[in-house]
Design a protein. Structure first.
Length: 358
């Protein structure tokens, strides 16, 4: 049995992987959360390993999957200021599991670690050095998905691509430029608000808009909520709107306009990332499920034929990977299902097996 803990205030999601199946439970973030978790887990004798998601590792985590030791909690402390509530819960969960489940491997799965070695010219904001020296920079996120997409491109395409753009499709779409396994650019910056518009967040905007709003009487807390929770698809539509809603209402004019904005921003970033990489060998689209994005992706690829993309008449699936382009395409496109809990639990199993072989 493998345990995966995902802090998502005000709840902790607990995934239990056992006998090739995964069950999800929600545990409230209250003073008795540990007792709730123990009741959910049940017989601890069957637990082979446990992992906790950490959404912002700051400069403390360079590896996406890190074994937990007594020093790990100090590393989380050092990164806590960047995402206080979520990181605090990651630390609490990891520490409690480390204490009450001795003798098994424990891991931290860090969403920002994949971008920790991003070039300084990509990570640095053009603001006073006294501020950037304090840690304000572009950290990226969703690294677990982007790193996995890179790995899928290596095992599914021949020859294996060196220059890959990973596109994670969903409520918070993000892109990453990857060269020889190293992330060199991403759309997400200091926080996930930066980058491509999402279901609730604005994406890239002129920061002086904030000053305009404060001059109009808005408080900073209100502005933060406005840009991160009341913008994006929802703001453009005038009501709640998920990525799935956007894909399922392609013929409705209001949704169609938002899709155009999303597509425009993605193509703009893909073009920029292609320049940074010095060309692109493959674009790996991921989603859960990726099939809901097929029509949208095909529309994007038609707009990017200048990259040497030649679409197949129909996508086809081979060994869990959807092929979208002809073999003679200069830039190949694939689609993969990113079933996050299942994939992360499988990665935990692989790390446990690796440790046992040492």
């Amino acid at each position: 049995m493998i345990l995966l803990f995902d802090p998502d205030p005000p709840i902790v999601r607990i995934y239990i992987g056992s006998n090739n199946s995964i069950q999800q439970y929600d545990c409230e973030m209250t003073s008795d959360w540990a007792a709730q978790a123990r009741n959910i887990i049940g017989n601890v004798e069957h637990v082979r390993g446990a992992a906790t998601l950490l959404y912002h590792g700051g400069n403390s985590f360079q590896n996406s999957i890190t074994p937990v030791t007594s020093e790990t909690f100090e590393k989380i402390n050092a990164a806590q200021k960047w995402l206080p509530e979520s990181n605090e819960w990651s630390k609490r969960i990891a520490r409690e599991m480390y204490r009450c489940l001795p003798g098994i491997p424990h891991f931290i799965l860090c969403e920002s670690a994949f971008f920790s070695q991003m070039p300084a010219e990509a990570a640095t904001y053009a603001i006073p050095f006294s501020i950037t020296q304090g840690g304000i920079k572009r950290y990226g996120s969703s690294g677990l998905c982007h790193q996995w997409a890179w790995e899928k491109s290596q095992t599914s395409l021949s020859p294996a691509p060196r220059k890959v753009i990973s596109a994670q499709m969903g409520n918070k779409t993000s892109l990453a430029a990857i060269k020889d396994g190293q992330a060199v650019e991403t759309t997400i910056g200091f926080t996930p608000v930066e980058g491509i518009l999402s279901s609730m967040a604005c994406g890239d905007i002129d920061p002086t808009i904030i000053f305009h709003l404060t001059a109009s009487g808005a408080e900073m807390r209100e502005i933060n909520y406005l840009l991160s929770r009341e913008s994006g698809f929802a703001a453009l539509l005038g009501e709640s709107c998920s990525y799935r809603d956007l894909m399922n209402n392609k013929d409705e004019p209001r949704y169609s306009f938002i899709r155009k904005i999303l597509g425009y921003q993605m193509i703009k970033y893909i073009g920029a990332f292609t320049s940074i990489l010095g060309g692109v060998d493959a674009i790996a689209f991921s989603g859960d499920p990726i099939s809901e994005s097929f029509l949208f992706i095909r529309d994007l690829c038609k707009e990017m034929e200048f990259l040497g993309i030649h679409l197949l008449a129909e996508n086809y699936e081979q060994s869990g990977v959807w092929r979208m382009t002809e073999d003679n395409s200069l830039a190949r496109a694939i689609g993969v299902d990113y079933a996050r809990p299942q994939i992360l639990i499988e990665q935990i199993k692989q790390n446990i097996t690796g440790d046992e072989k040492k």
